[in-house]
Design a protein around this ligand. Structure first.
Ligand code: COA
Length: 336
């Protein structure tokens, strides 16, 4: 499915980003001390060197609040009219995360809801945010991806523990016009429930994943969705200045870039520092890349993601050059 991101010339325009990482870092060396694995195995198979872990100190709500606050502080002052949190690891089954996040951000009273689409959650959040904006329902939406995936695996499982980290990222969208820099292009979304068992967890500590099947689907789905989103935007694949893929595994994202014909120096990555942070990974990578200059105003940017469900998605926009470009992801402390 391709969700139209422009109605009557109205578009959703990216106007601020924010991100938060827990301060506690687990290195590969920390893992080799307690699991039958090596730094070399983890880095060569995944590209991961370390991950930030929230543990018991920070909740998904805490991380989402911190990322949202950074986006609101760094963007131009706007009044946020709706908030969506994409997460697969909410603090509670009920109620949703978003109302508490809204209240703690001083936005009490606005519509606020969660959605779950695995590691594709942030793209689903962007699509619903854009829908609210272009339909004329609201003028501004804060879209947050927040996950604590490090808590999902069995702590003894060497096949899954090294892969995951915790974090949150946020993007503020406002109503604008389709010809503005930062206007979101059409959003391609899809799902395939026949693959529901390939990544599944009934509770924290009970993650099951069929790694090689997931790898194959991730490459195929992100490549296809990327081609569709690029075409829907009226771009050629050669137009892409920056590929911002969900940080599942650096080998997966390298395959996707190769299949798309996107040169490797245009593929952004921060998985070495963060591991797979689920719905947070794309906005985290946007914030980090804007801060360190890999993402510059005018860059034609392609986002793509894949995750449990199975789910996948992709969209495009031109990086607008935000004040947040000076701000790297913040570490979330206990005061949040
Ligand atoms: N350290 C050392 N050995 C490990 C290991 C670790 N951390 N994890 C697995 N192994 C072993 C396996 O036990 C297996 O050994 P065996 O052949 O004796 O049984 C061997 O390495 C190969 O395992 P396999 O699962 O085939 O490895 P792989 O090359 O497919 O890599 C993943 C495993 C998980 C890194 C890879 O499949 C992957 O990245 N999949 C996608 C994961 C993902 O992105 N999920 C989220 C999607 S949003």
């Amino acid at each position: 499915m391709t969700a139209a991101a422009v109605v009557g010339g109205r578009a959703a325009v990216v106007c601020a980003v924010g991100a938060a990482l827990p301060p506690y870092i687990v290195s590969n060396a920390d893992l080799t001390a307690r699991l039958d694995t090596t730094d070399e195995w983890i880095r060569s198979r995944t590209g991961i060197s370390q991950r930030h872990v929230a543990g018991a100190a920070l909740s998904t709500t805490d991380l989402a609040v911190r990322a949202g606050a950074q986006a609101l502080a760094d963007g131009e002052p706007v009044s946020v009219e709706a908030l969506v949190v994409a997460t697969t690891t909410p603090d509670r089954c009920c109620p949703a995360t978003a109302p508490a996040v809204a209240t703690r951000l001083g936005l009490n009273g606005i519509p606020a809801y969660d959605l779950a689409a695995g590691c594709t959650g942030f793209l689903y959040a962007l699509a619903t945010a854009a829908g609210l904006i272009v339909s004329g329902t609201v003028r501004t939406v804060l879209a947050i991806g927040a996950d604590r995936l490090a808590a999902l695996p069995d702590p003894e499982d060497r096949r899954t523990v090294p892969l995951f980290g915790d974090g949150a990222g946020a993007v503020l969208l406002r109503r604008g016009s389709e010809d503005e820099t930062g206007a979101l292009g059409p959003v391609v979304l899809g799902s395939d429930g026949t693959g529901a068992d390939l990544i599944r967890a009934s509770r924290f500590g009970a993650l099951h994943m069929d790694g090689s099947e997931v790898f194959r689907h991730a490459v195929d789905r992100m490549t296809t969705a990327s081609c569709q989103a690029t075409a829907a935007a009226g771009w050629e694949l050669g137009d892409i200045d920056r590929l911002v893929p969900h940080q599942a595994n650096s080998r997966i994202t390298a395959f996707v870039a190769r299949r798309l014909g996107v040169p490797d120096d245009r593929r952004l990555s921060d998985i070495a520092e963060t591991g797979n942070t689920g719905a947070a990974s794309i906005p985290l990578l946007l914030a980090r890349s804007a801060a360190d200059g890999r993402l510059k105003p005018g860059h034609r940017t392609l986002l793509t993601a894949f995750g449990a469900g199975l789910t996948w998605g992709a969209t495009t926009f031109t990086w607008p050059g935000l004040s947040a470009a000076a701000t790297p992801p913040k570490e979330a402390g206990h005061d949040w």
